[in-house]
Design a protein around this ligand. Structure first.
Ligand code: C2E
Ligand code: MG
Ligand code: MG
Ligand code: MG
Length: 297
């Protein structure tokens, strides 16, 4: 008992010490402040969606991906890397993800009323915690219903790391949404260890070649091989394939040669707010893509 008390005192001492470490304290403070800001940001409508085009082999826009941004009152425009991890840790990703889904579906419904945008699809990123939530399916269906968006034009992007923990539950959820027409893409594909067994069991529609592979595709034969393998894999499984992070004409041509015919990347258009979306997109004439004066990134 004495030993245990001593051990506990020591453990507590160590913990307390950590909080007197000024660097550690600064990290804790920054995190607490960001969390408070996140809650406030949600209440005050500081989040917005950017849209980045998806294009086919002719350079025609077929749809877009919704990408979350935060107009922070002091820190300016923040990208997901600045706040998604904390939102995920604190559970704030649930209301935030719900907001994303609602806003994206409302946009999709609005596009469908204009002839020029009527056929566009919209991809929305889903975080692991959202997907794991027992009400996920019901929530997605409710948003589709409320907004009037066409489920066949909505694509949910999942990442490989989500697929490992409860495959059975995941398959049930995906199957339920697929029955309503909702599509699924596997984002950032080719970067992690992935189990082909799981892959085969999941009702996916599309693989997205990760941008780190596309980035080096012309210079790194390993990445070229991975890209080619992903395209072949997708074909043999009856899935679509799209390359993300395409920045140059050469990358696009190289990908097209390996039978990848759908693209996303700065070469075709940067993510932009809805007012500017579409303006950034045109069939690029210069090998380095479009001037990015419209981009705020
Ligand atoms: P992601 O889903 O893989 O999205 C693609 C990312 O690549 C975006 O970064 C986009 O701006 C960037 N990108 C697109 N084309 C190019 C290119 O040609 N070159 C380069 N260097 N980058 C390009 P972003 O917007 O910073 O988003 C980062 C990640 O944050 C996303 O990666 C996604 O995983 C996550 N995310 C974004 N929006 C949401 C959201 O609404 N909910 C959740 N849970 N996650 C989100
Ligand atoms: Mg994505
Ligand atoms: Mg990605
Ligand atoms: Mg590489």
């Amino acid at each position: 008992r004495a030993d245990l008390a001593m051990y506990q005192a020591k453990a507590a001492g160590r913990n307390t010490l950590r909080f007197f470490d000024p660097e550690m304290q600064a990290v804790v403070n920054a995190r607490a402040m960001l969390e408070a800001d996140l809650r406030m940001g949600l209440m005050r409508n500081q989040f917005l969606l950017y849209y980045q085009p998806h294009v086919d082999e002719e350079g025609r826009m077929t749809g877009a991906e919704a990408l979350l941004r935060w107009q922070h009152p002091r820190r300016g425009l923040l990208t997901p890397a600045d706040f998604i991890p904390l939102a995920e840790d604190t559970g704030l990703i649930l209301p935030l993800g719900q907001w994303v889904l609602k806003t994206a579906c409302a946009q999709l419904a609005a596009w469908s009323t204009q002839p020029k945008t009527a056929n566009l699809t919209l991809a929305v990123n889903i975080s692991p915690r959202q997907l794991r939530h027992p009400d996920f399916v019901i929530q997605v269906l409710a948003v589709l219903n409320q907004t009037g968006a066409d489920p066949h034009k909505l694509k949910l992007e999942l990442t490989e790391s989500m697929l490992m923990d409860n495959v059975e539950d995941l398959i049930v959820k995906m199957t339920a949404l697929k029955a309503e027409g909702v599509g699924f893409a596997l984002d950032d594909f080719g970067t992690n260890y992935s189990s082909l067994t799981y892959l085969k069991r999941l009702p996916l529609d599309q693989l997205k070649i990760d941008r780190s592979i596309v980035r080096d595709i012309l210079t790194d034969t390993g990445d070229a091989t991975i890209a080619r393998t992903i395209v072949t894999l997708a074909q043999s499984m009856g899935l679509n394939v799209i390359a993300e992070g395409v920045e140059t004409r050469e990358q696009r041509e190289f990908l097209a040669q390996m039978s990848c015919h759908a693209f996303q990347g700065y070469f075709f258009g940067r993510p932009a707010p809805k007012e500017e979306f579409g303006l950034t997109h045109q069939t690029p004439k210069e090998p380095n893509g479009l001037p990015d004066k419209l981009s705020q990134q």
